[in-house]
Design a protein around this ligand. Structure first.
Ligand code: PGA
Length: 254
């Protein structure tokens, strides 16, 4: 049995691009990555851009993702967006627990778990973000932090749903800073995450799960990172807004 995992390259546009700019950007991205078969290409766009981008990517190899999802099915949650609303717009992926949400919007391990479950129950693929802060790395507790975040995010998530789970290892100190983890550092932590999956779901599940690296991945360092045994793709912020750079990263996944 081949255990080769399909790589997933996902752009995280964060709070950039109006709907009309988004349409233009995704058109330019598609022009660069057209015909890509060796990996999945995803763009995770601001919620308000979803309809415009959904229309632009229909019938192409570019898949659509959101950046957050609420955990309730519906109800009195002013300003929030449910998994079913995303699905209805053609969204297939959703980022959950990005460090910016943990840092600025009160996201906790508990709400990450609830959001992941809501996404999975609706049939979305959840890109669950974990990662240590700089002082946690300096204290030598990276493995502990990342294992804990992974375990809590997957609390009560059944094995049958694991095929729709992607874990993105994003060291907080590497996000938007231009400071990337070395290939070895990133691979080591992705390996630790894979071991957490093995302990909880078994070796086979651990072999299959897609684990991305994110944090200043760019056209220059992508090939090295993506060649590591435990790294199955990237979650890309800054460089995903530059179609030519993003395309280099997509090619590097080959
Ligand atoms: P960056 O962002 O590539 O700009 O560091 C990555 C992320 O936040 O997902």
């Amino acid at each position: 049995m081949s255990t080769k995992r399909r790589k997933v390259i996902a752009g995280n546009w964060k709070m950039n691009m109006t709907p009309s700019e988004a349409k233009e950007l995704v058109k330019n991205i598609y022009a660069e990555v057209k015909g890509t078969k060796h990996c999945d290409v995803v763009v995770c766009v601001p919620a308000i851009d979803i309809p415009a981008v959904a229309q632009a990517v229909r019938g192409t190899c570019v898949k659509l993702g959101a950046q957050n999802v609420h955990f309730a099915e519906k109800g009195a949650y002013t300003g929030e967006i449910s998994a079913n609303m995303l699905k209805d717009c053609g969204v297939e992926y959703v980022i959950v627990g990005h460090s910016e949400r943990r840092q600025y919007f009160g996201e906790t391990d508990e709400t990450v778990n609830k959001r992941a479950k809501a996404a999975l129950d609706a049939g979305l693929t959840a890109i669950i973000c974990v990662g240590e802060q700089l002082w946690e790395r300096e204290c030598g507790i990276t493995a502990e932090i990342v294992s804990r975040q992974t375990k809590l995010a997957l609390y009560d998530v059944p094995a049958e749903q694991l095929a729709k789970v992607i874990i993105a290892y994003e060291p907080v100190w590497a996000i938007g800073t231009g400071k990337t983890a070395t290939d070895e550092q990133a691979d080591e932590v992705c390996g630790i995450i894979r071991q957490v999956i093995a302990d909880k779901y078994g070796k086979d599940a651990a072999k299959k799960i897609v684990i991305q690296y994110g944090g200043s991945m760019n056209a220059k360092n992508a090939a090295g990172l993506l060649s590591m045994a435990n790294i199955d793709g990237g979650l890309i912020g800054g460089a995903s807004l530059k179609p030519a750079d993003f395309a280099v990263i997509v090619k590097a996944a080959q």
